[in-house]
Design a binder for this molecule. Structure first.
Ligand code: ZN
Length: 417
């Protein structure tokens, strides 16, 4: 999950859409498997935290990719390992072929936001119910849930899927520019995609949860080309790009408010280089957040229309572009149905509650995975934790068993439907 400041803005309200149904009996075999796996999960978390793997750390990313590749191989996966098209790491894909008719994809990332030698100041340690370590929640906890859930299912002899794909990318924290396209293409080939970013710790959000939406990102660039002239001797011969840019910033300031699911804030600008010259060029940059699949196209069209309405300085050229980053993640109807099933599964654990977090401003690879609109998709299937992208990142140990049970029970349940 990228960008802590947006994670902090998570809305913590729980929806109670599915809260009325009664609890079914737990699958005792899966639950026993989850309980038995907890010590091994903690060992895996330790192994992974001790491998520093910041997004720019080629050696660390390689060590993490080697680790997950070996683990997937031992589970019987066929491995494809490809270089990220941008950045120093690899993408590890594990494929399993089964006997059922549904296809599932599970995704998480091996990179972290931390720089080299972070372990020197933030060591792996346990304190009560908390396990601390850089990247332990985001996203090594997610990797651990995937690997150990698959081990539980293998031990149970479960092969009720047509295809099961696991994908670990290495550039999530820097926008997945080298893996997003592949994640989108694979997402379109599966019925269900589960994404394993962490969920908010109970110390912060009361109950564990899943996430229903996350903003996409884009960068807006507003450029004005005017004409230069001596600012003292012949200003009337110039066409002041800075004045026109200022006019267009004010003119477009509120446009995004009229586009559902779009947000635009102008944040940077530059114009001119010397005081005594009418500036020929001016440029502003804007931060764009997108919470609907079609919001980018609609925002761009609305901006273009607004810019064309009035010019302050004649004979200036104004252009606007949007550079799309990560697409928005919207669970939609199919994802909401998965979330309802997840809540029912949680209730099997002595009535344990599962929160549905409506949205976050942070980006997630679930946006790429669901961009085709084809798979049912659900985010934040990883461990409960906090402090990611900050200090003293931790997971809550008592979320391990519920999260293993959630994944194993959800997959086996959907496979039968
Ligand atoms: Zn993450």
């Amino acid at each position: 999950m990228v960008r802590m400041r947006f994670r902090l803005a998570i809305m913590l309200a729980a929806l109670s859409v599915f809260a009325t149904a009664g609890a079914a009996d737990a699958d005792e075999a899966l639950l026993a498997g989850a309980r038995a796996a907890q010590p091994a999960v903690i060992q895996s978390l330790r192994d992974m935290v001790l491998i520093e793997s910041g997004s720019a750390d080629a050696a660390g990313l390689k060590a993490m990719s080697d680790y997950v590749e070996a683990r997937l191989r031992s589970l019987g996966a066929v491995i494809e390992r490809t270089k990220s098209s941008v950045g120093p790491g690899d993408i590890v894909k594990g494929s399993f072929t089964g006997t059922g008719n549904k296809s599932f994809m599970l995704i998480a990332h091996v990179d972290t936001v931390y720089g080299k030698d972070i372990l020197a100041t933030q060591a792996f340690r346990q304190d009560g119910n908390r396990l601390y370590g850089p990247g332990i929640a985001d996203d090594k906890g997610g990797i651990a849930v995937i690997l150990h859930s698959l081990a539980i299912l293998r031990d149970a002899g479960w092969r009720d899927y047509a295809r099961l794909t696991v994908l670990f990318n290495s550039d999530e924290e820097v926008g997945s520019r080298g893996s997003g396209e592949l994640i989108a293409a694979l997402g379109a080939m599966h019925d269900v995609v589960l994404s394993y970013e962490p969920t908010v710790a109970k110390a912060v959000a009361k109950d564990e949860g899943v996430l229903l939406a996350a903003a996409g990102t884009a960068a807006a660039t507003l450029q004005v080309k005017g004409r230069t002239a001596h600012a003292g001797a012949a200003p009337e011969q110039g066409r002041n790009a800075l004045v026109e840019l200022s006019h267009q910033i004010l003119q477009t300031e509120g446009v995004a408010k009229g586009v559902p699911g779009a947000q635009l804030n102008w944040t940077t600008s530059k114009a001119g280089s010397v005081r005594n010259q009418i500036p020929e060029q001016a440029e502003a940059g804007g931060d764009v957040r997108l919470l609907a699949p079609d919001a980018a196209d609609k925002l761009l069209a609305a901006l273009k229309a607004k810019i064309a309405e009035t010019h302050r300085v004649p004979d200036t050229d104004v252009t606007i572009t949007l550079d799309i980053g990560r697409p928005p993640y919207v669970a939609g109807e199919k994802g909401l149905a998965l979330a309802g099933q997840a809540q029912a599964i949680y209730r099997e654990l002595d009535g344990r509650k599962l929160m549905l977090h409506p949205s976050t401003g942070g980006g997630t690879d679930a946006g790429f995975a669901g961009s085709s609109g084809k798979p049912a998709i659900l985010e934040s299937m990883g461990l409960a934790g906090w402090g990611y992208h900050a200090r003293d990142e931790y997971i809550e140990i008592d979320s391990i068993v519920p999260r293993l049970y959630l994944t194993t029970r959800l997959l086996t349940t959907i496979a039968r439907q």
